[in-house]
Design a protein around this ligand. Structure first.
Ligand SMILES: C[S@@+](CC[C@H](N)C(=O)[O-])C[C@H]1O[C@@H](n2cnc3c(N)ncnc32)[C@H](O)[C@@H]1O
Length: 455
């Protein structure tokens, strides 16, 4: 971990630092509600600070009093300004002694950050930064190997030796140790003085046993997206999606023939709901309406969040025939089978009637013309006065980092869709006969976009 001085006094020629604070705090369960309410009073304070990119306190496990904290700052200076505000100072003073804090700091592209090689004057030479960026393929593959061998899951109960991990996962200790050493430089693992290794809070997200697990995403991206990305150049030159060129057919047509990958895709989306979207549903209420249809709902993990606090509403999970068996299982496991119907179909053809439609991470998969066809199916089936709730990230103006700007490349390469700005959503909805009513931002990179069919 860097000292505050490194970034606060950064040379003006130094690479810009992005500071990420991530991890968990453990609160006495009886104090959890008060803690969360008070912690969230810092949202407006952070939002007023131009250096804040992301600020999120979400309850991970209410019974155990575990809160997940995620913050992203464009500079140490911005973070210092935040910590010095009276609201934050008072919170730290009050709660510091009562909580166990496992929030860690990570510096992204910081010359003195993990893996960096600090130069005199503090700057990482541009050529070194470029090599680090180009090395992204190594990092992605190394993380994939860790996920596939379940190394983080095997470290759930505490540190182990590399030899032990290798034996348990059917790997060779020497190369496994080298991967762990590389990943320790970017804050995924930590070597302990007794020769064992452990995961950091970042690395622990590769464990299968967490609501915010990223393990399925690691497997899904690397087993279905990584190779088609080698055709990105073709994509940019010709306009044909990389996945189409690589697989010889549209991505969703290809994947539905592989049940184990369909399952992985569904688990990935459920992990997105449990991880990246954690906290976004807490303070949001759906518009009124007796029946809520989650269109392209995968296993229904988004619908389950909505219905959990809406005992009087019924639900529908609608997805492709190959996907709905997983939804049926999940809805049954959640004890919602008596009020949620699982319906198979193609949203380009038709969708079931409902009062509220949810489209979560669906429109971003498709270009405007295909989105209008999906919206047209909803328009045709919607009950009078029906409302639409879109769950997507909104691309912000400017060059600051935002999840949407990287996910956008996946949309480009895999399906020909795109991440959209608020204006682009307004135009898309308007061209499909909908009126955008309001956008509800959340403490996550996602927003709720509410719309109505124009009479
Ligand atoms: C990115 S996932 C989003 C899943 C879920 N809504 C969420 O946000 O977690 C897109 C979903 O659209 C579904 N889908 C793709 N083409 C479809 C079609 N033609 N008709 C119905 N569902 C489709 C996929 O099977 C997948 O579950």
């Amino acid at each position: 971990m860097n000292s505050v001085r490194d970034a606060a006094t950064a040379d003006t020629n130094a690479a810009p630092t992005t500071v990420v604070l991530a991890g968990r705090v453990f609160v006495p369960p009886g104090d959890l509600e008060t803690f969360i309410a008070e912690a969230r009073t810092v949202y407006p304070v952070a939002a007023a600070n131009p250096g804040n990119v992301l600020m999120s306190f979400s309850v991970e496990d209410a019974a155990a009093g575990i809160v997940t904290v995620l913050e992203k700052w464009t500079s140490q200076e911005a973070l210092d300004r935040h910590v010095a505000t009276p609201v934050v100072t008072a919170l730290l003073t009050k709660w510091g002694p009562r909580i166990r804090n496992e929030v860690q700091r990570f510096d992204v592209l910081d010359p003195s950050g993990p893996g960096g090689q600090e130069q005199p004057g503090g700057a990482l030479p541009p050529a070194m930064q470029m090599i680090q960026l180009l090395g992204g393929f190594q990092l992605a593959q190394a993380l994939y190997v860790m996920a596939k061998l379940d190394i983080a899951t095997r470290l759930d109960d505490g540190p182990r030796t590399v030899a032990d991990l290798a034996a348990a996962s059917g790997a060779q200790p020497e190369p496994l140790g080298r991967l762990i050493r590389s990943l320790a430089t970017v804050g995924v693992f930590r070597h302990l003085p007794d020769g064992t290794v452990e995961t950091t809070p970042l690395g622990a997200t590769l464990s299968a046993n967490r609501p915010d697990s990223a393990r399925a995403a690691a497997l899904y991206w690397m087993e279905t997206h990584y190779l088609p990305f080698s055709d990105l150049l073709h994509n940019v030159r010709t306009g044909e999606t990389a996945a189409n060129h690589y697989y010889g057919e549209p991505f969703f047509d290809w994947i539905v023939k592989k049940p184990e990958l369909v399952e992985l895709q569904t688990s990935t989306m459920a992990n997105v709901t449990g991880g990246l979207r954690a906290g976004m549903f807490d303070d949001y209420r759906l518009p009124a309406g007796a029946v809520v249809a989650d269109i392209g709902g995968a296993n229904g993990s988004v619908l389950v969040r909505f219905l959990a606090k809406e005992p009087d509403r019924r639900g529908i999970v609608f997805d492709l025939p190959e996907v709905v068996p997983g939804a049926r299982r999940h809805i049954e496991e959640q004890g919602l089978a008596d009020r949620v119907d699982v319906v198979a179909g193609d949203f380009f053809e038709s969708v079931p009637p409902a009062d509220v439609y949810v489209l979560a991470y669906v429109l971003h998969d498709w270009d405007d013309e295909k989105c209008r066809r999906i919206l047209g199916s909803i328009e045709a089936a919607a009950k009078p006065g029906a409302r639409l709730v879109i769950v997507e990230g909104l691309v912000p103006a400017g060059d600051e980092p935002h999840l949407t700007k990287m996910i956008d490349l996946i949309m480009l390469a895999m399906g020909g869709g795109k991440e959209r700005s608020a204006d682009e959503f307004e135009q898309l909805l308007s061209s499909a006969g909908f009126t955008l009513d309001r956008i509800v931002p959340t403490p996550t990179p996602f927003s709720f976009i509410e719309a109505t069919v124009r009479p």
